[in-house]
Design a protein around this ligand. Sequence first.
Ligand code: SF4
Length: 198
Amino acid sequence: MPPTGPSASAPGPDAGKPERVLRLAGFDRDDIVDGPGLRCVVFVQGCPHHCPGCQNPQTWAFEGGEEVTPSELFRRIEDTVLDTGVTFSGGEPFAQADALADLARMLRPRYDVACYTGYLFEALLAKSERDEGTRRLLESIDILVDGPFVEARKDRMLLFRGSANQRILDVPASLAARAAVWTTDPGWVGEDGAARAG
Ligand code: SF4
């Protein structure tokens, strides 16, 4: 039976409150380049980093894009059937942390959830002390690929990263340690962890 309303497939994050709205730049299904396995990719609209050499400068403006609720996006992801992972990309996902945290909570544990960010984990951890959205999003994802794209360190051979300064972090372990902890998941870093090199 098809879903009949915003909460048909998943409960809203805060019962009785209107849903938050996400500004979306794009949505891909069956993606194989933004994490292991078949994945949905949620590209958010708006990025403050403006990294030279960015491949998605059309996502920088905080205006434009499509407004969707987390529940609407959840249903699009459910409809993909084959995809087992979801990646938040951008734009800057942490600029819309509250709405993405709502979505991530609907997705887990059925999907593994990864997030790219131009911020460093340490900066997000510090911000999470005063910003509930940042805290909720960190607590709702499995993997964080952190740091800005640095053109001088660009390497096309890197797995799931654009430049060698970026790290692929196990977020629950990093939160427990209160320090950045690389993932050991071979899907992300290879059987021998070689993707950590650089
Ligand atoms: S953080 Fe990502 S989307 Fe934003 S400017 Fe850098 S590479 Fe582009």
